[in-house]
Design a protein around this ligand. Structure first.
Ligand code: MG
Length: 304
């Protein structure tokens, strides 16, 4: 029997893992797996293989993997909106797009104040239909994850797209490289990762938290957690408000107060995670070349 992949750092993690559960390796031919998004009605997962400029689909019923979109405009983070539509961050298109029910792809945001965005990285949709995304430079830094291009923006910001007007507004402008983001179950808190350490020596490698006010106004509530192994990237919450986040050595689980409870050790650097399965108790893990999955005794937060 192989060694467990779980690491308990706080006794509360005891009921947050199944000791006999093992990591399933579902696919292993990516260059950089990112952006998992689960579609419960079809029981499939869409994710990005960013440097290969494609999106893949894992069929949960058959276990088969096929190409969903190629080229994908170097897609990165994906999510499912409140109506069940795919929303994608595209490095190559320097935009956030939405795949409509008829299959056409429409633009959610591609500019701010008349200038191109950098390269949207990750996206989340609030229950009021507003779309929130981060805009670091990873997709314009070189030709590996997109197209090398100069930035037209005055920084790397976090944006909100108004659900009625479609207006694209900056909601946070003091990040080095904003990355993964997600709301707490009551949507009163927004968590946002800064992976600035990739660009600034000793730079940020943490999750910050913000109070969410009317009209999308954010109030800085300080540091939530600093990564103890590499960088956080994308993350998701469970129904109890715990954060299951990517990290350099696997998936880290934090309680809502910011205490690291335990880890799922993964043999590759993890970029993002997503709950799936009919009960949302299967965690999909995008980790460098591979898509992994593991059964948990918790359920992912229902976001639509
Ligand atoms: Mg990311």
């Amino acid at each position: 029997m192989t060694e467990t992949c779980f690491e308990m750092l706080d006794k509360r993690f005891k009921r947050l893992h199944i000791p006999t559960a093992r990591l399933d390796i579902l696919y292993a031919s990516c260059r950089w797996a990112e952006g998992p998004a689960y579609f419960p009605a079809g029981r499939y997962l869409i994710w990005s293989d960013n440097p290969n400029n494609r999106m893949l689909r894992y069929d949960e019923c058959s276990g088969e993997v096929s190409v969903f979109r190629h080229p994908s405009n170097f897609s990165n983070g994906n999510t499912v909106d409140r109506s069940g539509r795919l929303v994608s961050c595209e490095h190559g298109g320097r935009r956030v797009s939405r795949t409509e029910f008829d299959g056409t792809v429409t633009v959610v945001a591609d500019s701010h104040r008349g200038k191109k965005l950098n390269s949207p990285n990750d996206v989340v949709v609030k229950s009021d239909g507003s779309i929130w995304f981060t805009d670091p430079t990873y997709g314009i830094d070189n030709d590996y994850e997109g197209y090398k291009s100069p930035s037209e923006q005055d920084g790397t910001h976090v944006y909100r797209v108004d659900p009625k007007s479609g207006d694209v507004r900056v909601v946070a402008d003091d990040f080095v490289q904003p990355n993964g983001l997600a709301f707490s179950p009551d949507e009163k808190t927004l968590y946002i990762v800064d992976t600035g350490a990739t660009h600034v020596e000793g730079g940020p490698h943490h999750i910050r938290k913000f109070a969410v006010g009317d009209g999308g106004k954010l109030t800085d509530k300080g540091l939530f957690a600093e990564c103890t192994a590499g960088l956080f990237d994308g993350f998701r919450l469970d129904t109890e408000g715990r954060i299951w986040t990517s990290a350099g050595d696997g998936v880290h689980c934090y309680d809502p107060e910011g205490t690291l409870l335990g880890k799922i050790r993964v043999p590759e650097i993890v970029a993002n995670v997503c709950f799936g399965g009919p009960r949302r108790n299967y965690l999909y893990i995008c980790a460098t070349t591979s898509l992994y999955g593991i059964r948990l005794p918790v359920n992912g937060l229902k976001t639509f």
